[in-house]
Design a protein around this ligand. Structure first.
Ligand code: NAP
Length: 306
């Protein structure tokens, strides 16, 4: 991760929408892949990019006409997607994700399912399309992480909860730390190819992502009343606002050449802070550690060998 004394700033705020980020930007001729682009924040990301003229491929488990099949928890599915791609790709928005699965689940390869979906499948996709990113000249990789990265480092000793008790939130946090580390490693490795890679947190948005969150937690967030009806507290964003930072990093000319950084949901680069229960914002030092990033890249590379 590039360390600078002054964090990168933009004129935008937490309330800026994805469409506002791209006002006046012409993306004609740009080809963008958005994983999980059929719902929630991803759908608004697609809408804003298409509105600015980009050719967007929506990669999703259950493709509607015009969309492409991609199951990130299945490396065979990722390989088929990569094999079917031709020509340049100007940006990949690694947006798809699952959160807080109540019980430990694993892929046939033994990867914990949140880590497999949120991180490994995206790694296989992005590494598999490296030549196509290079071909674009100035391509961008966008990792949609979460403030959850503040909650846990990547545990190289037991990433799949084989020896420690499974915890839904620790598994999610680890996977979101892994997403940031992926951006850090790609930024380091692919700078000479003109490829930039950044990560961000979209902020709280009501979407299908919360399907596994219990009602007590939703109430603690102020996002549900006593009767089980959804509430939208002031710190929540609309999906269009949640998509803003993805679009900023994927396509705004303001970000030309900016790489290896983590942006908060206010569209500003985050401060690096110690992770842990006391952290209230910023990006955890463990998520931007270049040594951990390179180690995770090697681990993922080995896991993706057919
Ligand atoms: N919403 C928030 O408050 C919040 C906060 C911080 C970070 N985020 C991050 O924002 C991103 C988007 O989430 P969202 O809130 O928009 O939730 P969402 O509406 O549930 O979108 C997630 C998308 O990921 C797709 N997906 C899940 N598993 C997949 C798989 N194995 N292969 C391919 N696609 C898969 C889902 O497809 P299906 O419809 O087929 O399940 C869905 O389209 C996630 O990475 C999430 O971690 C969200």
């Amino acid at each position: 991760m590039t360390r600078i004394s002054t964090p990168f700033t933009t004129p935008f705020t937490a309330r800026t929408t994805a469409t506002e980020i791209l006002a006046g930007v012409d993306l004609t001729g740009r080809r963008v892949i958005v994983t999980g682009g059929a719902s929630g924040i991803g759908a608004q990301t697609v809408r804003a990019l298409e509105g600015a003229g980009a050719e967007v491929t929506v990669a999703t488990r259950r493709p509607a006409p015009g969309q492409r099949a991609l199951d990130l928890s299945d490396l065979g599915s990722v390989r088929r997607f990569v094999a079917g791609w031709s020509g340049p790709v100007h940006a990949i928005v690694a947006n798809a994700g699952i959160m807080a699965l109540p019980a430990r689940r694993t892929t046939p390869e033994g990867w914990e399912l949140q880590l497999a979906t949120n991180f490994l499948g995206h790694f296989a996709l992005i590494a598999g399309l490296h030549a196509h990113l290079r071909q674009a000249g100035g391509a961008r990789v966008v990792m949609v992480s979460s403030g959850a990265q503040l909650g846990a480092p990547f545990d190289f000793d037991d990433p799949h909860f084989e020896r420690r008790p499974y915890d839904p939130w620790t598994a999610y946090a680890q996977s979101k730390t892994a997403d940031v580390l992926l951006a850090v490693a790609a930024a380091r490795r692919w700078a000479a190819d003109g490829i930039t890679a950044n990560a961000h947190e979209p902020g709280y948005v009501h979407t299908n992502l919360q399907r596994h969150v219990d009602q007590a937690t939703m109430r603690a967030w102020g996002a549900m009343d006593d009767d089980g009806s959804l509430l939208t507290p002031g710190y929540f964003k609309t999906p269009e606002q949640g998509a803003a930072t993805s679009v900023l990093l994927a396509a705004s000319p303001l970000l030309d050449g900016v790489t290896g950084r983590y942006f908060s949901n206010d569209n500003q680069e985050a401060e690096v802070v110690p992770g842990g229960p006391d952290a209230t914002g910023g990006v955890a030092a463990w998520a931007v550690d270049p040594g951990a990033a390179d180690r995770l890249w090697d681990l993922a590379t080995a896991a993706c060998r057919p």
